[in-house]
Design a binder for this molecule. Structure first.
Ligand code: PFF
Length: 462
């Protein structure tokens, strides 16, 4: 019986290990690098509110759906979706949802690794005291210099890809578990120290106001799509990462409470990162909408002025690197797991092959910050921006939508109930309504409105 099935890739030692691994996947560059900069670019407060709403009504229910599918299927997302579709006498074509996710993961990893490379070099830049007492312009120039250097970016991208694929090749249980057990709490502590600094830096109120003052006039419909896409990105949803981790989850663990913990920690880290960064932005008269460089410019300024900043700064970027590392392995795990299940090759070879493909694609992102910055792909965006837009704002929400429909409508009710094993029927009913109706409706409305608003307006004669 499928319920007794075990994953051939192993099972997490306990529920806590699953929580740690899923949190490791969720908490990453999305929280510390991407959330602050997109909140800045999209005007702050109202964007943050929409993002929080998306986490609550779309992210959490779909995350439960993903864990449920993974644990029931005990296979890579592609095979799990296929098996569960057959179990429910539905079309095996559902496996293509798994496929889309696996490809999205590879695409995301290709640029994620390039950005993680920036964090690696900042460990050394801060550690060497390069930014001690430096002013904003000096720090900005140092960052611009890094982006202008494709060789350096490629070297760092290569290093990060090797780190990622080595862990993936070893299997997720060995190595990573031990590391994140120590590193995640350490990241929290350092974020708290930074927060302490920015509270006293003079512009805390302004920073907090920027993040939590809900001024809806600043919100465009594109911002809403970005907030939705980011909710998927930050929770690692819509592409099978959480699903594949769910496949390694022990049978007895409660899915609902586990998911709440993971989503809660993820949101907390993002908000604390925002609260640490924006006061520094305002205290130094910088632009909140500065874009992808925000983290790499604001924080070095702060560390440069702080007693012990060299050590703290270097340690902070080390932890950012680790947070990125524990996320990156989950980006490629769905595809690697599928290749291994298919018997096409062993884990080592699969990791090598997929690593090389992802690495090559990453070179497109490397050059999009320098020699290729003017080459446009999607809607006039360069390679990196196009890839980011396509994956985070289109593929992940679409994948998540299909997961919600699958978990809400296609899977057998008895299977779902048994697997979720909720203590309260009320909560189960709430989840069912959300995953069946509310989450899909939210995703559909936001996607259709943002992507086709010109056509809709023309049709309605607005
Ligand atoms: N959640 C990760 C972050 O916020 O950095 C990124 C990510 C990991 C996205 C895994 C998607 C994924 F499947």
């Amino acid at each position: 019986m499928a319920a007794e099935k075990q994953s051939i890739h192993g099972v997490w030692g306990s529920r806590w290990i699953f929580i740690l691994a899923a949190t490791g996947s969720a908490v990453g560059l999305g929280n510390i690098w991407k959330f602050p900069y997109i909140a800045g670019e999209n005007g702050g407060g109202a964007f943050v509110l929409v993002y929080l709403l998306c986490i609550a009504i779309v992210g959490i229910p779909i995350m439960m759906g993903e864990v449920l599918i993974g644990r029931r299927g005990r296979n890579s997302p592609i095979n799990a979706m296929r098996a569960l579709a057959l179990e429910a006498q539905a079309s095996p074509f559902w496996k293509y949802v798994g496929w889309m996710g696996a490809i999205a993961g590879l695409l995301i990893l290709s640029y994620y690794s390039v950005i993680a490379g920036w964090a690696i070099i900042y460990i050394f830049r801060l550690g060497s005291g390069q930014f001690e007492s430096a002013d904003a312009a000096t720090v900005q120039n140092a960052f611009d210099g890094l982006l202008a250097d494709p060789i350096m970016l490629t070297a760092l991208h290569t290093l990060f890809m090797v780190m990622t694929m080595v862990v993936v090749a070893r299997g997720v249980n060995r190595g990573l578990e031990a590391a994140i057990r120590i590193l995640m709490p350490a990241l929290f502590v350092l974020l708290a120290i930074l927060l302490g600094y920015s509270v006293t830096s003079g512009a805390f109120e302004q920073g907090a106001k920027f993040l939590f003052d809900f001024d809806f006039s600043k919100l465009s419909s594109e911002s809403i799509l970005i907030a939705l896409g980011h909710a998927f990105f930050t929770l690692s949803l819509g592409m099978g990462a959480i699903m594949v981790y769910g496949a390694y989850m022990p049978k007895k663990a409660s899915i609902g409470s586990t998911v709440l913990i993971v989503a809660g920690m993820d949101t907390l880290v993002a908000l604390v990162a925002g609260l640490a960064i924006f006061p520094i932005v305002f205290a130094n008269n910088m632009e909140p909408g500065a874009g992808p460089g925000l983290l790499f410019v604001t924080l070095p300024i702060a560390f440069g002025q702080m007693p012990g900043g060299m050590i703290f700064g270097s340690l902070f970027f080390l932890l950012v690197t680790f947070a990125a590392w524990s996320s990156s392995i989950s980006l490629i795990e769905p595809l690697v797991a599928w290749v291994v299940e298919k018997g096409l090759m062993n884990r080592n070879k699969a990791a090598l092959l997929l690593g090389v493909i992802t690495w090559s694609l990453g070179l497109g992102t490397v050059v999009s910050f320098n020699v290729g910055s003017d080459v446009s792909f999607l809607m006039g965006k360069n390679f990196f921006d196009s890839l980011d837009y396509l994956t985070a704002n289109i593929m992940l929400p679409l994948g998540g939508l299909l997961v919600a429909i699958f978990a809400g409508w296609t899977m057998k009710r008895t299977t779902v109930e048994k697997e979720l094993n909720m203590a309260s029927y009320g909560v189960y009913a709430l989840w069912t309504i959300t995953v069946r109706l509310i989450s899909p409706a939210a995703v559909i409305v936001v996607m259709i409105w943002t992507l086709f608003q010109e056509q809709i307006k023309a049709m309605l004669g607005w």
